[in-house]
Design a protein around this ligand. Structure first.
Ligand code: NDP
Ligand code: 8X3
Length: 249
């Protein structure tokens, strides 16, 4: 039975991906900081789910804890680097510097920590799949996207460079790049708990759901082993790239 590790399993996409992969017959290790949320998911999903409370930004903790995984939940065949966040939507000259640091530490350093720890085993076994959660924000600039978008541009290029280093190995890499998705805590986190403001983002829009992303992940994993989707940009029909803007004096 294949084993998947999903970061950001306490909410949103990560939670939906865990549910889908368990339903598909995989064993799943779910990582997030909120142990109580992971425990609730463990109660729901049963013995094929292993809850691993962990802050992915802490390199030493990541390395130690992954080595201590129970034998029945290793080696990891599929790594879903999903944990991530946006904080704030202010212009760069007004943004909170601590927010910038947290996004860089989570979206870049955290993702790199997990990848560097798990990838060598995949290469050694000549089998594995890494799916990263990038964003349309890594391709298209938008107002207030500054460091968040740049962190997802890192994820996009890191994914492409992994593919290059893995040429000749049977380890696959995909960067999923979603647009507007609702039903997660993404905007609640971005607006620092201002739930009213978060809800307004999704008002009147038929957005992508966490289940849509989970089904996409499931489809990708089930494509043949010789087949690699390098990147996958997904938007709701109600969204399109905004185009260029001009400010006239
Ligand atoms: P959620 O806020 O619902 O989920 C984010 C998850 O990341 C939570 O489980 C959170 O768990 C976890 N997380 C955050 N920081 C850490 C950390 N330091 N260590 C471990 N886990 C952490 O957001 P979404 O499900 O919407 O987003 C998932 C991914 O998809 C993110 O990378 C996001 O950037 C990306 N994305 C989201 C889009 C959207 O519109 N929703 C669109 C495009 C991309 P906990 O707080 O318990 O640690
Ligand atoms: C999340 C989508 O458009 O808020 O990455 O950046 S967006």
């Amino acid at each position: 039975m294949n084993i998947a590790l999903v970061t950001g399993a306490s909410s949103g996409f990560g939670q939906a991906i865990c549910r889908k992969l368990i339903a598909d017959g995989y064993k799943v290790v779910g990582v997030a900081r909120r142990a109580n949320k992971l425990q609730n998911l463990a109660d729901e999903l049963g013995a094929n789910f292993f809850s691993l409370p962990l802050d992915i930004t802490k390199k030493d903790a990541v390395n130690t804890i992954l080595l201590q995984l129970p034998n029945e939940f290793k080696p990891i065949d599929i790594l879903i680097n999903n944990a991530g966040l946006a904080l704030g939507l202010e212009p760069a000259y007004e943004a909170n510097y601590n927010d910038w640091e947290t996004m860089i530490e989570t979206n870049i350093i955290g993702l790199v920590n997990l990848t560097r720890q798990i990838l060598p085993e995949m290469v050694e076994r000549n089998f594995g799949y890494i799916i990263n959660l990038g964003s349309v924000a890594g391709t298209y600039a938008y107002k207030g996207g500054n460091v968040y978008g740049a962190s997802k541009a890192f994820v996009k290029q890191f994914s492409a460079n992994l593919r290059t280093d893995l040429l000749g190995k049977k380890v696959r890499v995909t960067n999923i790049e979603p647009g507007l998705c609702g039903g997660t805590e993404f905007s609640n986190v971005r607006f620092h708990g201002d739930n009213q403001k978060a809800a307004q983002v999704y008002q009147g829009v038929e957005f992508i759901t966490p289940e849509d992303i989970a089904n996409t992940v499931s489809w990708l994993i089930n494509t043949p082993n010789h087949f690699n989707v390098n990147s996958m940009e997904i938007m709701p029909v109600a969204q399109a790239s905004a185009g260029l803007s001009v400010c006239k004096e």
